[in-house]
Design a protein around this ligand. Structure first.
Ligand code: NAD
Length: 274
């Protein structure tokens, strides 16, 4: 292979080389999958999320070794605006820039509206919606200065349609789809894009936590919950994968996606086509 072709092959394999990405809630599930995909594409990564310090240190070391990129970690709590501002400030100080911001941290609680615990409502609105306001607010000035930014908000099919008993989650996810559009409009001429990804069900600890509760509530087996309750919504009848979401995030973070902004992209096997 001549040098030019070799260089092209390397840049195609690592389209995000030189970029710096921060993924909130990336110690588990979708966020971790997205962080891995960004690192594999050549981006330095800032991890964030809850978990055991030793396990997080292991993940961080493994990612740095596997992909040959810098990987740092922030333990900022997404319910605390000042901790979020500190996380962005530290990321900029440690890495010199912030190109890709993925707002992914999220929690779930399921209950009828009139029995919905007020503290769960507040926590879901704060982690699933307000944290993205705070990260974007802190990150945008540096992105504007660089005339480059990619903001990817992990919403949900529940950002586009509702299900019963998920009042706070559906409200927060519809909210983040709206917030995505506002940021896209405010940044459209500045080399910055802002999009939402709307996954259907993905098998992660967040979904695993719903299976036993639903089995008990409906008096059915775990397998029946998966196929007849959760995936009943999803016409392709399978979970979306963290790898599929990682690949879409890498695409949205790249140069080819420069004209895609303000969208809410379903990755839901046809759920929201109903
Ligand atoms: P998960 O439980 O595996 O991961 C959630 C992440 O958020 C973890 O890293 C956790 O530590 C972090 N987090 C939670 N509270 C936090 C806090 N206060 N501060 C900092 N980090 C915090 O869940 P997941 O399924 O990977 O969900 C990730 C995102 O994807 C969420 O926004 C969720 O709503 C969304 N989503 C998930 C599915 C699905 O089926 N799993 C579908 C659609 C959308």
């Amino acid at each position: 292979m001549n040098i030019r072709l070799k260089t092209q092959a390397i840049s195609a394999a690592r389209p995000l080389a030189g970029r710096v990405s921060l993924v909130t809630g990336s110690t588990s599930g979708i966020g971790l999958g997205i962080a891995r995909a960004l690192a594999e594409a050549g981006s330095a990564v800032v991890l964030n999320g809850l978990g055991h310090a030793a396990e997080i240190a292991r993940t961080r070391g493994q990612m740095a070794e596997d992909y040959g990129v810098a990987v740092t970690y922030s333990d900022a709590d997404m319910t605390r605006p000042e901790a979020i501002a500190g996380m962005i400030e530290t990321a900029l100080a440690e890495h010199g820039r912030l190109d890709v911001l993925v707002n992914n941290a999220g929690i779930q609680h399921i209950a009828p509206l009139d029995q919905f615990p007020v503290e769960k409502w507040d926590a879901i609105l704060s982690i699933n919606l307000s944290s993205a306001f705070h990260t974007m607010r802190s990150a945008l000035p540096a992105m504007r200065q660089n005339k480059f930014g990619r903001i990817i908000n992990i919403a949900s099919a529940h950002g586009l349609v509702a299900s019963p008993f998920k009042a706070a989650y559906v409200a927060a996810k519809h909210g983040i789809v709206g917030l995505t559009k506002v940021v896209a409009l405010e940044t459209a001429e500045q080399g910055i894009t802002c999009n939402a990804i709307c996954p259907g069900y993905v098998y992660t600890p967040l979904v695993e936590a719903q299976i036993d509760g639903q089995a008990k509530a409906h008096g059915i087996s775990r397998e029946q919950v998966i196929h007849d309750v959760l995936l009943a919504q999803q016409p392709n009848r399978r979970f979306a994968t963290v790898e599929e979401l990682g690949a879409l995030t890498v695409f949205l973070a790249g140069d080819a996606a420069a004209s895609i902004t303000g969208t809410a992209l379903p990755v839901d096997g046809g759920w929201t086509a109903h």
